[in-house]
Ligand binder design. Structure first.
Ligand SMILES: Cc1cc2nc3c(=O)[nH]c(=O)nc-3n(C[C@H](O)[C@H](O)[C@H](O)COP(=O)(O)OP(=O)(O)OC[C@H]3O[C@@H](n4cnc5c(N)ncnc54)[C@H](O)[C@@H]3O)c2cc1C
Length: 519
């Protein structure tokens, strides 16, 4: 993951044609790039910011079929996602976990409804089931969730789903692409689609944001995997194209684990206003969310609305003995769902589907919108299959169903370094040689100096934010602590990556500004 070498690949290929060019480095684009490169296509992915800077670092962090989609009767979506859940837990065990959830129930009708519903959920998971669901009585429910309010509680339904680290999964995908011969670049923005005399797409014009250099890059297939930004690329293809995305904002707050004091998560299937609310243990904290607010504009750095934060805290307070207040919040983060709109009625939120849609324009632009992190692998397979069917690229078989991000020969750790998979030992060796590198960047965060150095050498962070938000999850776990650690981390990064004192000063100032959006 050396950016200079990867940029050189583009120069070396200037007079030749890539097989596949992917625009967008979130879950969807990175999944497609890995699918393409492992099938044997010459593959390039361009991301305008950092990998997973968009929605893909701002999810609820669930690898799930979606209990709520089951309630909506979307059996196909749930079945597909449950299958993918199983594959993701098998293929990326270092970044995923089997998470126990409890649905607290307050009426005997709900006991019946959720027991039956979750049995069906288990059934749909088939042989990739993560454990059976079952009813627990009131005492057992309070034992599992000691800080759940006991008033009116009849019991709980326990079920299993997957949990993961979204942005580290994205980085793992990027690293795997490069290891398999692909070229993936962050801070590389596509500005124009190149076309031939007949109006067929022949490549992209893209700008290296770091150097300012523009490149004309030619390819057989161009894929638009830009999430909520997909309509911008559609308009590059056809300025009169219709709206296909209906963005919807989801907000989460991160609290100290003292509000939950449990390794089990809480799932409230229907809050007062009919939403789903999760409180999920994550890296020693609790992630609580989410909301669903339709928006008209899209941005890479969405801001949570006060009413969204208040709604989450108020609702959590209805179920928890210790109600959280604004002062207890460690981080607030907002993400935009790239929901596929009904093109005949883009404002109709009820018709918005959670399933992905793949379209091929008359000029040959292949676009994929919507979907879920959990289903990224299947979405990628379907996208490349569609290009093969359309005769754009030659037929090659998908191999990602068995693509392991983690060598089974290695013992899977249970400590903090588990997230580095096979390479955790390299970090241990660094701290064994120089114990000072084992010191934490801040006592409130789990990351050591050695990890920062290792990440610089292996995962292509280009800014302080890349390191704090997406390589480590410092920003998401405790935004204030991450701001306090910023000068030290920026110093280590400058030394490791050869950046100047000016770079360091600017990064710290930029990061201070950014954290205000998360506090
Ligand atoms: C609040 C919330 C909670 C969610 N929770 C879950 C969950 O728990 N589990 C789950 O399975 N799914 C979840 N999802 C859904 C999941 O996160 C998304 O479906 C997924 O992350 C979308 O990925 P993407 O790659 O399509 O979009 P993005 O991650 O937004 O990536 C698109 C990328 O394209 C880049 N781009 C745009 N224009 C250009 C250009 N011109 N040149 C180069 N690059 C460009 C952007 O910078 C961006 O990084 C959640 C979504 C939200 C909003």
């Amino acid at each position: 993951m050396n950016r200079n070498i990867l940029v050189q690949n583009i120069r070396d290929y200037e007079s030749r044609q890539w097989d596949v060019i992917v625009i967008g480095g979130g879950a969807t684009g990175l999944g497609i790039a890995l699918d393409a490169v492992t099938r044997g296509y010459k593959t390039l992915l361009l991301e305008q910011s950092d990998f997973a800077k968009g929605t893909s670092s701002r999810s609820t962090k669930l690898v799930h079929g979606g209990v709520r989609y089951l309630a909506q009767g979307d059996i196909l979506l749930v079945t597909e996602a449950l299958h993918e859940r199983g594959l993701m837990l098998k293929n990326a065990p270092h970044l995923t976990a089997n998470q126990k959830f409890v649905i607290p129930v307050y009426t005997y009708w709900d006991v019946f409804l959720y027991t039956v519903g979750l049995k069906f959920y288990d059934l749909l998971a088939g042989r990739l089931s993560m454990g059976k669901s079952y009813f627990i009585n009131r005492d057992k429910a309070l034992e599992m969730l000691p800080l759940l309010k006991p008033d009116g509680l009849k019991g709980g339904i326990v079920y299993h789903d997957g949990q993961f680290d979204d942005s580290r999964m994205a980085v793992s995908l990027a690293v795997a692409c490069v290891k398999n011969g692909g070229t993936v670049l962050n801070y590389f923005r596509v500005n124009t689609l190149l076309k031939d005399g007949k109006g067929k797409i022949t490549g992209v014009q893209a700008r290296d944001i770091e150097s300012g250099t523009e490149y004309k890059i030619h390819g057989k297939l161009v894929i638009n995997a830009t999430g909520v930004f997909a309509d911008e690329i559609h308009r590059m293809d056809d300025p009169s194209s219709r709206q296909t995305i209906r963005p919807s904002q989801g907000v989460h707050v991160v609290l100290d684990n003292s509000f939950l004091q449990s390794s089990s998560a809480i799932m409230i299937p229907k809050t007062d206003d009919g939403r789903v609310l999760f409180a999920i243990p994550w890296y020693g904290k609790v992630v609580v969310g989410t909301t669903d607010t339709p928006l008209d504009t899209v941005t890479l750095e969405p801001t949570a609305l006060d009413e969204e934060i208040d709604f989450i805290l108020r609702t959590a307070g209805k179920y928890l003995i210790k109600p959280p207040g604004r002062e207890d919040v460690k981080c607030i983060f907002a993400g935009l769902r790239p929901l596929a709109a009904n093109p005949d009625n883009p404002e109709a939120t009820k018709e918005v589907s959670r399933r992905h849609k793949i379209t091929l324009s008359s000029s040959g632009l292949l676009s994929i919108i919507g979907g879920k992190w959990t289903s990224y692998r299947r979405m990628a397979e379907e996208t490349i299959d569609k290009a093969i069917k359309a005769g754009i690229i030659e037929k090659k078989k998908c191999v990602t169903g068995d693509f392991s991000f983690y060598s089974n020969n290695n013992h899977l750790r249970s400590d903090h370094l588990k997230i580095y998979g096979n390479q955790a030992a390299e970090i241990e060796e660094m701290t064994a040689e120089q114990p000072a590198l084992g010191e934490l960047i801040d006592q409130r965060l789990p990351y050591s100096r050695a990890e920062i150095i290792w990440i610089c050498g292996n995962e292509m962070p280009r800014t302080l934010e890349d390191m704090m938000a997406r390589r480590t999850r410092s920003l998401f776990l405790d935004a204030r602590a991450s701001r306090d650690a910023a000068p030290e981390v920026a110093g280590i990064m400058a030394d490791e990556l050869g950046f100047s004192q000016e770079w360091k000063t600017k990064q710290i100032a930029d990061y201070n500004r950014l954290t205000r959006n998360y506090i």
